[in-house]
Design a protein around this ligand. Structure first.
Ligand code: ADE
Ligand code: ZN
Length: 399
C-alpha cells in the first residue's frame, strides 16, 4: 500500500463503534492484574499466555477465542482494575486519532460464577457497580480532562467522547438477562444502549424477544444492538431486525448471503459494524458467491474480506477493532491492513469513516460536526500532499 494512504489513515479522525472493553486486555496487563489480585493463572509465563492469544495466527473459531476472553476477565476484581483497563484503551485510541468510541461491557462475565482455578479456589466475582464505576470513571475523564498521549515526541492532551453499551451474554438464558438488567437499574444514567454478544451458533436472536421487548418499553430512549451474522446465518440478522428491532447490526457479514436482506439493510441505512482483523483471526467463514461456489470457505487473508461488496451494495459498513488485544490490532491496524489487502482507495476509507459517523449514536448536530471535521481533514491532507509532491509547482516555490 502506498505510504501516503497509510499516513492518511493514521491521521484521519476516526470513530469506533464496536469495541468490547474486556477485549482490550493485553497479555501484559492480564499478568499485572493477576499479580495485583493474587489470582493464579494457568500459564507459567507471559510467553505461554501470548501463545494462548494466538499472536500472528488464528483461533479455530469464535468459541475458542471466547473461552480465553472469559478467562481473562477473572483478573478484573476492583474498580481500579476496570478503570486501568479502560484508561489504557482510551490512551491507545486517542493516540490513533479516534475522537469518539461506543464501547460494550459484559457485566454477566463479572457478576456470574467465574469458576475455579486449578487448586479449586473460586475466582472472585465483582458487583455490577464495581465494573461500571471503574469503566465510567475513565470514560468521563477522557471526555472532560482528556488524555495525555505522545505525538511525534511531544505530549499532547486529547479528548475522547463515548457511549457505553451494556451487553447480554447470549450463551446464557433470557432469565439471566433479566437478572442482570435488575442489577443495572440503579446505573441507567450511565448506560446508552443494550447489546447481545457471545456464542452465536444455535443461539438465535428470537430467544431474547421478551428481554428486548422490555428494554424497548422501559428504556425507549436507549439504543438496541445485537451481534448478528458474525458466524451465524443471514436469517439471524433478519430476526435481530424484526424480532429484537435493533438500531444497529454488529458484524453482519452474512447479510451479503441474502440478496433481499442486503437490499433491505442498504435501503434502511442500517449500520453494520465490521471488524476485519476479528473476522480474520476467528477464521470467519466466507460464503461462496464471490468465489464462484456455494460452500463456505474459511477466510485466510483479508483479501477475501467482503468489505468491497458491502460498499458496492451501499451497506453502511464501517471498520472497528472488536477485541483488539486478542485480534492483534486497534483501529489504525484494522483500516491499514484492510486497505492494503483490498487495495482500497482514499475515497473508500473516507466512506467507511463517514459510515461510522452516520450510524453512530451521536446527535445530529454532533454528526454534522464530525462530518465537517472529516471533510476538512481530507482537504488539508490532500493540499499538503500537493505541497510536498515534486510534480506540483508550489513545492519548489516554498521549498
Ligand atoms: N464478545 C467479545 N467479542 C465477541 C465477538 N467477536 N463475538 C461475539 N461475542 C463477543
Ligand atoms: Zn464484538
Amino acid at each position: 500500500m502506498d505510504a501516503k494512504l497509510q499516513k492518511f489513515i493514521e491521521g484521519m479522525p476516526k470513530i469506533e463503534l464496536h469495541l468490547h472493553i474486556e477485549g482490550t486486555m493485553e497479555p501484559e496487563m492480564l499478568m499485572q492484574l493477576a499479580q495485583r489480585n493474587g489470582i493464579e493463572l494457568p500459564y507459567k509465563d507471559i510467553e505461554e499466555l501470548k501463545a494462548a492469544y494466538k499472536r500472528g495466527s488464528a483461533y479455530e473459531n469464535l468459541q475458542e477465542f471466547l473461552d480465553l476472553y472469559y478467562q481473562g476477565m477473572n483478573v478484573l476484581c476492583t474498580e481500579e482494575d476496570f478503570y486501568d483497563l479502560t484508561k489504557a484503551y482510551l490512551k491507545q485510541v486517542a493516540s490513533e486519532n479516534v475522537t469518539h468510541t461506543e464501547i460494550f461491557f459484559d457485566p454477566q462475565g463479572h457478576t456470574m460464577d467465574r469458576g475455579k482455578d486449578k487448586d479449586g479456589n473460586p475466582y472472585p466475582t465483582v458487583s455490577f457497580e464495581t465494573a461500571i464505576n471503574g469503566i465510567t470513571r475513565a470514560l468521563d475523564e477522557a471526555k472532560t480532562e482528556g488524555l495525555e498521549v505522545q505525538v511525534d515526541g511531544r505530549t499532547e492532551k486529547r479528548k475522547v467522547t463515548s457511549k457505553l453499551i451494556m451487553s447480554f451474554l447470549r450463551h446464557m438464558s433470557e432469565e439471566d438477562g433479566f437478572k442482570v438488567l435488575e442489577q443495572a437499574k440503579p446505573h441507567m444514567d450511565k448506560i446508552d444502549g443494550f447489546g447481545l454478544d457471545s456464542s452465536e451458533w444455535g443461539r438465535e436472536p428470537a430467544l431474547f424477544e421478551r428481554l428486548y421487548e422490555t428494554l424497548r418499553k422501559d428504556y425507549p430512549e436507549k439504543k438496541l444492538l445485537a451481534h448478528a451474522g458474525e458466524e451465524g446465518p443471514a436469517a439471524y440478522v433478519e430476526q435481530a431486525l424484526d424480532v429484537l428491532k435493533i438500531d444497529r447490526i454488529d458484524h453482519g457479514n452474512h447479510v451479503l448471503d441474502d440478496e433481499q436482506l442486503t437490499s433491505r439493510v442498504a435501503s434502511q441505512g442500517q449500520g453494520m459494524t465490521v471488524c476485519p482483523l476479528s473476522n480474520l483471526k476467528l477464521s470467519h467463514k466466507v460464503k461462496g458467491a464471490r468465489f464462484g461456489h456455494d460452500e463456505e470457505v474459511v477466510m485466510t487473508d483479508l483479501g477475501q474480506h467482503r468489505i468491497k461488496d458491502m460498499l458496492a451494495k451501499n451497506l453502511k459498513a464501517s471498520v472497528h477493532s472488536d477485541d483488539p488485544a486478542f485480534f492483534d490490532g486497534y483501529m489504525n491496524a484494522n483500516y491499514i491492513q484492510l486497505a492494503r489487502a483490498q487495495d482500497l482507495k482514499q475515497e473508500d476509507i473516507v466512506q467507511l469513516a463517514q459510515n461510522a459517523i452516520d450510524t453512530s449514536f451521536l446527535s445530529p448536530a454532533e454528526k454534522a460536526e464530525k462530518t465537517t471535521e472529516l471533510a476538512d481533514y481530507v482537504t488539508r491532507f490532500n493540499a499538503a500532499q500537493r505541497f510536498v509532491n515534486p510534480e506540483a509547482g508550489q513545492v519548489r516555490k516554498f521549498g
